[in-house]
Design a binder for this molecule. Structure first.
Ligand code: FE2
Ligand code: FE2
Length: 192
């Protein structure tokens, strides 16, 4: 598989892994939960999800979608591609909203738990359906229609950006989150 398309697929796995971690911690806010949510994990995961996809993943996808457009004639596929591109803006807006709520909680402002849960549910359901749609429709279309030249041009512009959490150099501020993901992986494996 081409490196760029492979990177999009791997990014999706990473995003889903982080959403799973946030899911677990957010459930700690349920009234019947017997454990304390770890707000720092939620904040760091959202920080990554806000910064890395917006600076690299979504621009890469949008750029490749632009290159795909003139090669596609199927109107249904073109419609889905347009939806995917629009969803990047919607995800960005929902992320900002959720991050603001989490920040307010971290600063001890009174925030109804329901507000947090509703905002998170809107955000996570769009993130998940978006990734599913991309994996089901966008990735196969990219593999079918993009030329080597298209991918080379996109690669020159974007491949230099490294992933600050899952890439070769871990950003210092993500050390706690990285360790958490390793430990939860161990826990999951131990359970299985
Ligand atoms: Fe996307
Ligand atoms: Fe994506």
């Amino acid at each position: 598989m081409d490196k760029l398309i492979e990177r999009i697929t791997v990014d999706h796995e990473h995003i889903l892994k982080l959403l799973q971690a946030v899911d677990y911690e957010i459930k700690g806010y349920d009234s019947d939960s017997d454990r304390m949510p770890r707000l720092i994990i939620i904040m760091d995961a959202l920080d990554y999800l806000q910064n890395y996809p917006d600076s690299f993943h979504h621009p890469l996808e949008s750029q490749l979608l632009e290159r795909l457009k003139p090669r596609v004639t199927d109107s249904e596929l073109l419609q889905t591609m347009a939806e995917i591109d629009q969803e990047h803006d919607r995800i960005k807006a929902l992320t900002i909203e959720l991050v603001e709520i989490v920040k307010a909680i971290s600063e001890d402002h009174p925030v109804p738990v329901k507000k947090l849960i509703n905002s998170y549910e809107d955000y996570v359901s769009l993130q998940k359906s978006h990734i599913l749609k991309e994996n089901r429709v966008m990735i196969p279309a990219m593999k079918t229609y993009l030329t080597t030249k298209d991918l080379e041009l996109a690669q020159q512009e974007l491949l230099g950006s490294s992933d600050p959490l899952f890439g070769h150099k871990l950003r210092e501020s993500y050390e706690g989150l990285y360790q958490y993901l390793l430990e939860t992986n161990v826990r999951q494996e131990a359970v299985v």
